[in-house]
Design a protein around this ligand. Structure first.
Ligand code: PMP
Ligand code: GLU
Length: 432
């Protein structure tokens, strides 16, 4: 059969493809240190499990926008956790934030601007929609943060007419870098967006995985009229497979809301009924769930910062992680030695690590970086979440004060991956 023009150049999403590849390698009995997929490993909170069981009898289609009690709960959650005011009418529930983002990009006119690096799927969504996609260059030494001058430069170069709407996708804490923005940095971007007719699609799915020394701010605090926020249960509540996401849209945007709901109604109809009712429980703020979210985030912090410290001892540049469960080291300073073993692109680097050191990662090129930029994304979640959380809760100060002991007890594969990367670093040094 002939493949359509829009599907011809689309490949399986790099993150999911890597996860499926590693599952099949593991099934064959081979050892792999899996740093190639970002899935939070903690057990489902018992109240959410119970709510899902109690609601399993529900079998009817529901309104595309999502049930009102869930949207009311999400509204209260955003008020309590982020001090943001979004009434239920401005909230859409979807089967994960990914399809909601796609619906929002379908509904919003304008070319799409993405910082490079950014998460794998945005650029492909743009291509599916036959939209212009512009990557904005960022700098490793600034943790790949979107800088105001770079944003202005990209707008002037690609879409200078201020009457022409544009869409900027931002994600913080960031997949793949773990970096986030403070309020002041967001104000600067908000001002530029407002002046240049840029709508911000703010992917805040990792908002509540930020680490203890950083408070999450949303750009919507400074640019409420031009920001759409996506979020959901996949990361901070470890419920990626539940498929429940949220989209918050600005007030007085009825045509936009209508267009997004029209897309949803034609593609997914509604989120599964039992999941929506379990979702009410997952957005409660008075049952210990907020504490569960915070504890899971702290385990991510301990493990991710441990891997960061190990990477820094290898003399590799890496942004300091402030949230989520990713690191984005770059090996550009070791380019000459890497060339000697046949590595000149991030894809070759990732393949080499998998073949020779059994460490799975994703090349920076999947995140919009130039192919020859020698950066990789490492996910730090290859461990038993239940064991890690229980061990942390038993003795929090010991986990925080002795991360190496904690990681070696609860995340041996993560420790093993660091040891493998050490061997690789030593190999490169011997080539220098
Ligand atoms: N944004 C980012 C940055 C992600 O890493 C993910 C993870 N898949 C998503 C969005 C999508 O999450 P979901 O569709 O599960 O809500
Ligand atoms: N967000 C995860 C990652 O980047 C995987 C899930 C997905 O891509 O949909 O690894």
């Amino acid at each position: 059969m002939d493949i359509s023009f829009s599907a011809k150049n689309i490949a399986h999403s790099a993150t999911l493809a890597m996860n499926e590849l590693i599952a099949s390698i593991r099934e064959s009995g081979e050892k792999v240190y899996h740093m190639g997929f970002g899935e939070s490993p903690f057990p489902v909170h018992h109240l959410i499990r119970k709510a899902l069981c109690d609601n399993s009898w529900r079998h009817s289609y529901l309104a595309t926008q999502g049930i009102l009690p869930l949207r009311e709960q999400v509204s209260m959650f955003y008020k309590k956790m982020f001090n943001l005011d979004y009434p239920p009418e401005q909230i859409v529930i979807g089967p994960g934030s990914k399809p909601l983002m796609f619906a929002a990009l379908t509904a919003l006119d304008g070319s799409i601007f993405l910082p490079a690096p950014s998460w794998v799927s945005y650029q492909h969504m743009g291509h599916f929609l036959s939209r212009e996609v512009h990557h904005i260059i960022t700098r490793s030494k600034n943790s790949y943060r979107l800088e105001p001058d770079a944003l202005v430069g990209a707008i002037q170069e690609n879409a200078p007419d201020s009457k022409q709407q544009k869409v900027l996708v931002m994600n913080y804490p960031c997949n793949p870098t773990g970096h986030s923005y403070d309020g002041h940095q967001l104000v600067e971007i908000a001002d530029i967006a407002r002046e240049n007719n840029v709508i911000v699609l703010s992917d805040e799915i990792y908002a509540l995985t930020h680490f203890r020394d950083q408070e999450h701010h949303s750009i919507a605090e400074f640019y409420p009229e031009g920001t759409l926020i996506t979020g959901g249960l996949s990361k901070d509540r470890s419920l990626g497979g539940y498929r429940l996401g949220t989209l918050l849209i600005p007030p007085d945007e009825t045509p936009l809301l209508r267009a997004i709901l029209a897309v949803g109604s034609e593609i997914w109809s509604c989120v599964s009924a039992p999941i929506q009712y379990a979702g009410i429980e997952a957005y409660r703020i008075d049952t210990g769930l907020v504490e569960y979210i915070r504890d899971c985030a702290t385990v991510h912090e301990v493990v991710t910062r441990y891997v960061y410290q190990r990477i820094r001892t290898m003399d590799v540049t890496c942004p300091y992680p402030q949230g989520a469960f990713y690191l984005f080291p770059d090996w550009n300073d070791r380019r000459m030695a890497l060339k000697k073993i046949g590595i000149t692109t991030s894809k070759e680097l990732a393949n080499y690590l998998l073949e020779n050191y059994h460490v799975a990662s994703l090349p920076g090129s999947e995140f919009g970086m130039p192919p020859e930029d020698l950066c990789l994304r490492l996910a730090t979640v290859d461990y038993d979440g239940e064991l890690a959380l229980d061990t942390y809760l038993e003795d929090m100060s010991s986990a925080l004060e002795h991360p190496e002991t904690f990681v070696s007890a609860v995340a041996p594969s993560v420790l093993g991956a660091c040891d493998q990367l050490d061997l690789f670093a030593a190999h490169i040094s011997s080539e220098e």
